[in-house]
Design a protein around this ligand. Structure first.
Ligand SMILES: [Zn+2]
Length: 249
């Protein structure tokens, strides 16, 4: 069977050569998505083994800034890899170049790491950060949902893209400052009518997005969910921009 797959892949490579997502080099028959040198050097965070890690500290700093008087649990957060150098091409391939296959591959890898981490094994509801319907329609897919579905099957937990709604379309975030980003997404999300009972019965919800930059988008989803559930809410992303807990990046 493996031989047959190799033969078919070799034939496919003749017709349309596959290239490394990171460096663009033509891939060999046994290489998937990345060439061997790039695959050997992926800047993995290894945060999945650490309930307390720099990314979780950053997300908790965002939660702390918005917290009222009520006590707050430390939220777990994980990213598979750092968003840096040519490795930025991995999340970009998923988000901008319709490479759903690379999203499923790294989503599954992240899901397997979560499944082997004691603080993530009890996740019972997985929610992708939604796109506004017009953006989803023009792109044809939601990159966060591609990741969430792969993570969900590795964790054997339900993925529910129908619970959070992006209520209004936000401006592209790329050129905004941290404060502008926070305002831009603050009220962008709401819980769909009728989805409350699902949230009430959940114990550990995982919010999934493609990239963690300032945490503003994930926080806005967290804030939309919080009134409807006492569940622990954790976050997972494919990539994370390196930064400090003060959120200065
Ligand atoms: Zn490469």
């Amino acid at each position: 069977m493996n031989k047959l797959i190799d033969t078919l892949r070799a034939l496919g490579d003749l017709l349309m050569p596959r290239t490394c997502v990171v460096c663009g080099r033509t891939l060999g028959v046994h290489e998937r998505h990345l060439c061997l040198p790039c695959a050997a050097d992926v800047p993995y965070t290894r945060f999945w083994n650490q309930p307390h890690n720099p990314l979780a500290d950053r997300f908790n700093a965002v939660l702390e800034r918005h917290r009222g008087t009520e006590p707050m649990d430390y939220a777990y957060a994980v990213a598979l890899l750092y968003y840096k150098g040519a490795y930025r091409n991995i999340p970009r391939a998923l988000k901008y170049h319709s490479n759903l296959s690379v999203g499923r591959f790294y989503g599954t890898l992240l899901g397997r790491h979560l499944a082997s981490a004691p603080h993530f094994v009890d996740i019972d509801l997985i929610l992708p950060v939604p796109l506004h319907w017009t953006r989803r329609w023009s792109r044809g897919y939601n990159q966060a949902e591609v990741l969430a579905r792969a993570i969900a099957s590795a964790l054997n937990a339900p993925c529910r893209p129908d619970i959070l709604i992006r209520a209004h379309r936000t401006r592209t975030q790329t050129r905004l400052t941290v404060e502008q980003k926070a305002v831009n997404v603050a009220s962008a999300f709401r819980v769909r009518e009728g989805a409350q009972s699902t949230l009430v019965s959940a114990h550990h919800i995982l919010l999934v997005d493609d990239t963690f930059t300032t945490g503003a988008t994930l926080y806005a989803c967290y804030a939309a969910l919080r009134p409807f559930t006492t569940a622990r809410i954790s976050i997972a992303t494919l990539a994370a921009v390196e930064g400090t807990p003060s959120g200065s990046t």
